[in-house]
Design a protein around this ligand. Structure first.
Ligand code: GAP
Length: 414
């Protein structure tokens, strides 16, 4: 994972040191392709997923959420073409199916099943359920966030190519005549998410995937590539899956998966699929945020996270640790803010400079200090606090109410 500027090593080391990502089963020497997310990593991931869910499911009238089982009837993966075709070549030239196999049930009754290699499968088999219970009009989509598993031959580049990962996928059902228009809309939506989550747009490049390189189900695919520290690699994919999946599942299950509106002939909808990996988002967000600069004559490392994804939104400090009245007031402000914004912390360790550095390194956008003026030493400033901006180091005095308003609006994201 050597990179010319050592950037990847720095990110991996920060992730371990500050509790974002650990090697899976680390005390046993790790397990290739599996990673564990620590307290800050799980918070960052959760914020990424929440942003996606809000933007692509909750804030739209044409989207429906889903959480399907990871292990599905194996017939679904036969119909989708994954049993026959989801394979990579091994170094000695043999074809290796990268679906993880498991067995369900005991003894001779046991059935071979698979851990899903994409969340999309769960969406297609629930198409009819959503249509029957919600009667949506085309175009509409079903969105899902969940684990996917691939027995990658060469897991590498930190969490970039893992064997267990998460996908945030939409299957957007359209009339065949609409596919180009909707493909373009989703292309824009993906860029808008890239921006909202804080990935450097200039480092994202679209790649029209050639006929011979596309997945078996796709008639058109654009890969969104990102300049990762280890090279330009796929971040997301946008595919036009035609009616391939619904037709295949209809034929295999013998269930009618067609759609119709009054007065028209039934047909199988076509599908546009924006597919986003959580771990690759996580890594692109980290790489975009990682910054080294000098502040007040001192070198520092900080993560320029957008407030919406930052694992900690604000840290509350008493100016001095050994003044009980400052600590008590800081605790009071902390408790009041935490009720409204749970992702905040209290810190009274070390001096203020050290606390700033610690928060900068984990990307906390705001530090709030309670000082003697807060207590009323200067009566005009009573109940105001200082708010320090992570990126500029600038400070301003605000009332606690103003701080709450600023935090609330800046963490919204979309
Ligand atoms: N349903 C379409 C699909 O699964 P894909 O291009 O194979 O298409 C979609 O995967 C996205 O899932 C990728 O763009 C990437 O973000 C993520 N992804 C795929 N394989 C991954 C892996 N081994 N580790 C981490 N993320 C992965």
């Amino acid at each position: 994972m050597e990179t010319s500027n050592g950037m990847m090593e720095k990110i991996v080391s920060l992730c371990k040191r500050r509790g974002f990502v650990f090697q899976g089963s680390e005390i046993y020497g790790g397990f290739a392709g599996f990673w564990d997310y620590g307290p800050l990593g799980v918070a960052l991931k959760q914020n990424i997923k929440n942003l996606w869910w809000r933007k692509f499911v909750e804030s739209r009238d044409d989207m429906y959420g889903l959480d399907a089982a990871i292990v599905m009837n194996p017939k679904a993966w036969e119909a989708s073409g994954h049993v026959a075709g989801f394979a990579d070549p091994t170094p000695d030239g043999k074809s290796f199916n990268t679906m993880f196999k498991t067995s369900v049930g005991a003894g001779e009754e046991a059935t071979v099943a698979y851990l899903r290699p994409e969340t999309a499968g769960g969406i297609f088999v629930n198409f009819k359920n959503v249509v029957d219970s919600f009667h949506p009009k085309l175009p509409f989509g079903i969105g899902q966030i969940g684990k996917a598993f691939r027995n990658e031959i060469a897991p590498r580049d930190f969490v970039f190519r893992s064997r267990e990962f998460e996908q945030m996928e939409v299957e957007y059902f359209v009339r065949p005549s609409q596919w180009e228009e909707k493909f373009e809309e989703w292309r824009k939506e993906m860029f808008s998410f890239i921006d909202a989550v804080g990935i450097n747009k200039d480092a994202v490049h679209e790649l029209e995937v050639e006929d011979t390189e596309r997945a078996h189900y796709s008639k058109r695919t654009i890969d969104f590539e990102f300049d990762f520290p280890f090279g330009r690699k796929e971040l997301y994919g946008l595919a036009y899956r035609t009616d391939f999946d619904l037709s295949a599942h209809a034929a295999s299950s013998t269930k009618d998966l067609s759609y119709t509106e009054e007065g028209e002939e039934a047909f199988i909808p076509h599908v546009i699929e924006p597919s986003l990996g959580v771990e690759r988002t996580f890594l692109a967000v980290l790489a975009s945020a990682y910054t080294e600069d000098e502040l007040g004559g001192e070198k520092r490392v900080y993560l320029k996270f957008k407030p919406a994804v930052a694992p900690v939104k604000a840290a509350i400090f008493p100016l001095l640790k050994n003044k009980p009245e400052l600590v008590a007031k800081a605790q009071e402000v902390y408790q009041a803010l935490k009720k409204e914004i749970p992702q905040i912390v209290f810190d009274d360790n070390g001096n203020i400079g050290k606390r700033y550095r610690r928060q900068d390194e984990i990307g906390t956008p705001f530090c709030i200090t309670i000082d003697f003026d807060t207590l009323g030493e200067n009566p005009e400033l009573k109940d105001t606090v200082t708010l320090r901006d992570r990126d500029t180091g600038e400070q301003k005095r605000l009332t606690v109410k103003e701080v709450l308003e600023l935090l609330t609006s800046s963490i919204k994201g979309v």
